[in-house]
Design a protein. Structure first.
Length: 343
């Protein structure tokens, strides 16, 4: 079968590889119908290996059909499913507490082991959610990153009276806007430096989309909230200077959630945070049993997938038309891959 194999920095090859072995109890074999690529994939290609263990088949955002399963499988052959990609042990203390994304033995398909940018992939059945008829293969391919956003929004505890700011509306930030909008806060502001991302944020439910290309973030948010600051600020840009500005823009008693991954340590004014009793929270990955089903439900009743998706590629086009534009910052939305298609 064909697969996108990561060998190291600047080296992703579309290769013929061996078919995965038959699934063991608790596993299934999927025929991948659609996969998506993200900033992690392009970052590994551009700067890695960091999270990957090459050689490895990439792909941690994918959906497909079960084509082989053990006789006692909880997921039957022929079932359309989406994978959460993150695998947990279900036995450690954090798993028992429901925080499976923090499992002691956590690993991710497409990073630590072979993933879904291939015609076939073997996956643990517990990472799968069955897809209803109303969710297309294309929509299902973005369920995993949407689940990551839903997890971040869940940790923010957005309510109907909140004034919410999402900083960074590209990549995961766009999904965070959609997940936040689903909670119907009093106000939802999206801040970015890219006009097309801001237009997308408006289509996803932002009540205000604000270009901060040449602006002081904290000052802009202060002006928009009559000096109060926002009750919930979600930092999704990953820019080194933004967490400090986000903290300054959070209202007294408010909540700041850090989602973007900074490449170097950021300095925060913890004195200011303490005297204003700001809750500083972080978010990583998603809790599969909780966040992935919610993502599927929201995708079934919204146009989120259509809004965020740019195009679908054949596997042969992955690097030139997918990975490279993502790395260069010229991609305008999610790029999907049909591993069965030829260019």
């Amino acid at each position: 079968m064909r697969a996108a194999v990561y060998h190291g920095r600047g080296d992703i090859r579309i290769e013929d590889v061996s078919r995965p072995r038959s699934p063991e109890p608790g596993e299934v074999l999927l025929e991948v119908r659609r996969a998506a690529i993200c900033g992690t994939d392009s970052s590994e290609w551009q700067h890695g290996p960091r999270l990957t263990r090459p050689p490895v088949v990439l792909g941690h955002e994918f959906a497909g059909v079960v084509v082989e399963a053990p006789a006692d499988s909880v997921v039957a052959e022929g079932t359309r499913v989406v994978s959460g990609a993150g695998v947990w042990c279900a036995a450690c203390s954090r798993c028992r507490a429901g925080r499976t994304n923090l499992c002691e033995a956590y690993y991710t398909l497409g990073l630590g082991v072979d993933g879904g940018l291939a015609e076939l992939v073997r996956v643990p059945a517990r990472t799968l959610v069955e897809l209803p008829e109303g969710v297309s293969d294309e929509a299902a391919a973005v369920a995993q990153p949407f689940a990551v956003a839903i997890h971040a929004v869940r940790r923010s505890r957005i309510g109907p009276d909140d004034e919410v700011v999402v900083i960074g509306a590209g990549g995961i930030g766009a999904f965070i806007v959609a997940a936040a909008a689903a909670r119907r806060p009093a106000r939802l502001m999206a801040l970015d430096v890219d006009a097309s991302r801001l237009r997308t944020a408006e289509r996803l439910g932002a009540t205000e989309a604000i270009d901060v290309s040449d602006a002081d973030l904290a000052a802009v948010i202060g002006e928009r909230t009559a000096g109060r600051g926002a009750t919930v600020v979600i930092e999704a840009s990953g820019a080194a200077t933004v967490p400090a500005a986000a903290l300054a823009a959070t209202a007294i008693g408010g909540r700041l959630v850090i989602v973007g991954l900074q490449s170097s340590p950021s300095e925060l004014d913890l004195f200011s945070a303490a005297v204003r009793e700001i809750e500083i929270t972080t978010s990583v990955a998603h809790v599969c049993d909780e966040d992935l089903p919610d993502a599927v439900r929201l995708l079934a009743h919204s146009d989120v997938a259509d809004v965020v998706t740019e195009r679908t590629l054949a596997l042969d086009q992955l690097v030139a038309q997918g990975i490279e534009p993502l790395a260069a910052g010229t991609a305008r939305g999610k790029i999907l891959v049909d591993p069965r298609a030829s260019a």
